[in-house]
Design a protein around this ligand. Structure first.
Ligand SMILES: [Zn+2]
Length: 435
């Protein structure tokens, strides 16, 4: 008889439900001895594994089958996995196992030498390996997806930080935007971490509200990092991304540059991230930097949320980056003021202007380097200067320490290496999508 999908789902739900009950109700509140027979726990574990495997990718399945030594190990020992709950200490977790007080403190002291147990986090997993004599012989604390602390409980306690073996695979997805880049990405099973990186990557070229229309196609390849003998995985870099906006195909290829930076370039070897100008005028002198200072007019100590460039009245001011004018007008102490929206995350603002360039008003598109206005001393100002702000996620940040990408163009041997590289990335991407 072939079980129907409905029945299988029901079965899975029951198993998870039971497990949830068991882990919550029993393991933490009762003494380990009283829980249940070893056989029961083992059979539950195996059921869960079967369940998990059915969701795993091809690569992971192969890995589990090949690893005989691990399976042997699992059969000889029993494993209890504790998930740390709010307010729970490591000591209170040890209380549920059959250690005497002296042993408990020996264990805690030895772990504290390499890991501060106060830093144990909610939902962190601790595995207790129990041998067939019902003794805990090993404790494994999972520090991160690929790092464990292993505590071997022999006559002498041995403790070791272990880097787990990982293998990276490339996953590729393609989808049409019907709602939003993010929401449709989630619906197409693209991990959250990758979508956030994708949005950051696109944000230098796109204004999501303006540029993305229904049925915009997005294509992406990214690293999935699997850990040997663990179902958990992590996600690495985006290898390739593509978005087609109004018949204009934007492409981003990951590349490790000669100077050791991972960055993204288009097929021509041009860094696709556009930088925002740190100095949006020529021949200016930095006269006041970002941070706390005594305000020259009010005399109070105040946070200076921009940088000031002293320059003669009438000096042209350039748009810091491509974008749309969000405001151009008088704005309180800022005097004559312009704010440009560059993308979802970045804006720049220009204050104390003497006048605006003709044609500059709300809603107008400007390109990086284009003149938008002229230095002045309007608003609360002691002399002609430009007050310049870079706003990231609606908060002013220090333009001078901002690490913006350089807008590098690859040449010579570096370009040759890049071309070989991107052809491989692209072939892989297509292969993954259409295999
Ligand atoms: Zn200022």
């Amino acid at each position: 008889m072939i079980p129907s999908v409905k029945n299988t789902t029901f079965l899975i739900l029951i198993i998870f439900g039971f497990l949830f009950f068991l882990f919550n109700a029993n393991i933490l509140s009762l003494n380990y001895k009283n829980i249940s027979s070893p056989k029961q726990i083992k059979s539950i574990e195996q059921k869960v594994e079967i369940n998990k495997n059915s969701h795993k990718s091809k690569v992971e399945k192969e890995n589990v089958i090949k690893d005989f030594s691990y399976n042997d190990y699992k059969l000889q020992n029993k494993e209890i996995i504790i998930t740390v709950k709010k307010g729970q200490t490591f000591l209170s977790i040890l209380d549920d196992f059959n250690f005497d007080n002296k042993r408990k403190f020996e264990i805690i002291n030895s772990i504290n030498k390499i890991f501060d147990l106060r830093e144990l986090k909610v939902n962190q997993k601790i595995n207790f390996i129990i041998n067939n004599e019902e003794k805990v012989k090993k404790i494994i604390i999972e520090l991160s997806y690929n790092t464990n602390i292993e505590i071997n409980l022999g006559p002498k306690i041995q403790i070791e930080k272990k880097q787990l073996e990982t293998f990276t695979e490339i996953n590729s997805k393609e989808y049409l935007i019907t709602n939003s880049l993010y929401a449709d990405g989630i619906n197409n099973k693209i991990p959250n971490q990758i979508l956030i990186k994708l949005i950051q990557l696109f944000s230098f070229d796109l204004d999501f509200q303006r540029d993305i229309q229904k049925n915009t196609k997005v294509s992406v390849s990214y690293e999935k990092i699997n850990v040997k003998n663990k179902s958990e995985s992590s996600f690495g870099d985006i290898e390739y991304a593509q978005i087609i906006i109004k018949n204009n195909t934007l492409e981003y290829f990951k590349f490790l540059t000669d100077d050791g930076f991972i960055d993204y370039f288009n097929r021509e070897g041009k860094n696709v991230k556009k930088s925002i100008l740190k100095t949006p005028l020529d021949g200016a002198r930095l006269s006041s930097s970002f941070g706390m200072r005594k305000h020259p007019i009010s005399g109070f100590n105040k946070m200076h949320k921009g940088i000031d460039f002293a320059a003669p009245k009438g000096t042209p001011i350039y748009a810091g980056g491509n974008g749309v004018i969000e405001m151009a007008g008088v704005n309180g102490g800022y005097g004559k003021y312009i704010r440009i929206r560059h993308n979802n995350e970045y804006k720049t603002a220009y204050a104390h202007l003497s006048s605006f360039k003709k044609g500059i008003s709300k809603g107008v598109r400007v390109n990086q380097g284009e003149v938008i206005g002229y230095v002045g001393s309007t608003g609360r100002s002691t002399g002609p200067h430009l007050h310049y702000e870079i706003i990231y996620q609606n908060k002013q940040i220090n333009p001078l320490t901002l690490k913006l990408p350089s807008g590098k163009i690859l040449k010579g041997s570096e370009l040759e290496r890049f071309i070989k590289n991107y052809k491989m990335i692209y072939a892989n991407h297509l292969n993954n999508l259409f295999e």
